[in-house]
Design a protein around this ligand. Sequence first.
Ligand code: DAH
Length: 346
Amino acid sequence: MLRSLERERERGFRAFSEAATIAELEAAQVAILGRKAPFSDVQRAVGTLEPDDRKSVGRVINETRADLQRASDERRAELEAVAEDALIAADRVDLSLPGRRPRPGSLHPLSLAEDEIVDVFLRLGYRVAEGPEIEDEWHNFEALNIPPDHPARTMKDSIYVHLPGHPELLLRTETSSVQIRTMQSQPPPVYIVAPGRVYRRETADATHLPVFHQVEGLVVDEGITFADLKGTLDAVARALFGQDRETKLGPAFFPFVEPGAELAVTCMRCDGAGCPVCGNGWIELLGCGMVHPQVLENCGYDPERYTGFAFGLGIDRVAILKYRIPDIRLLVEGDIRFLAQFGASR
Ligand code: DAH
């Protein structure tokens, strides 16, 4: 009996240490210490011994069972630790790669151009004025002397807003309406620029967008002359496109100014020699003129006492000229490869 107990102890230690999984260990536990195992047979046979032998063999049985149980428990703890390590390893997230930095944003070329234009005027002492993008016909047309039969006043050229009970509303076709709103809201003198979005019923192509941006300018004071207009706009054109630019004024018609003019600047590509961009060496930059006395009167200003000049400059146009953008539609397509080229970030 003692020999078979010794054999079972050896067999048990080996079986438990060889078990590679919890399931194998549990099978070994049944095979060594289970009810049908040789060990249990010995245990049952103890009852047939003499009382003295029963006592001594019984003690060995108890010691052996305790040793085997301890060996099994120790192995179980080892296997559970291994299983847990495997679970942790399976859950591992690899953080060893460098992270991806979010791209810092950059200013849109239109914002850059607008800031630059507005800054020039702020330095000259102007202030920034604003007006609504949905306008009524009076501010957008009538007050600006634009007659009822003017083509801009048709559905074909302007975008009307259909609000029941407000047949006269449209998306402003030019920032000139801010001239009217500014004069209505304050007495002279006026020195303002008004940057903003304008809308025309137009199909987009390389040089036109149906939604674009202008900076309107308005000066009204005592004794303002055409020389003030010329000096101011010449300085602005040079500030935007370089001090060696030349400018010239040519006649043009806009209903809200008299006389009206167009300011051209020598081409920044060819310096006025003539090239495919400009044709004859000159690039038309903006419309301008002396504020029409009727417009002053429409806003309650006394045209006998006050005179002024006004101008309207396309921001999109300034941007494509300054940054040599080949197609104006690039400004609104949102292509990150295009936008990322305008580095400065705020
Ligand atoms: N509003 C004109 C346009 O959109 C531009 C313009 C011309 C504005 C002459 C002016 C001006 O203030 O005096 O074509």
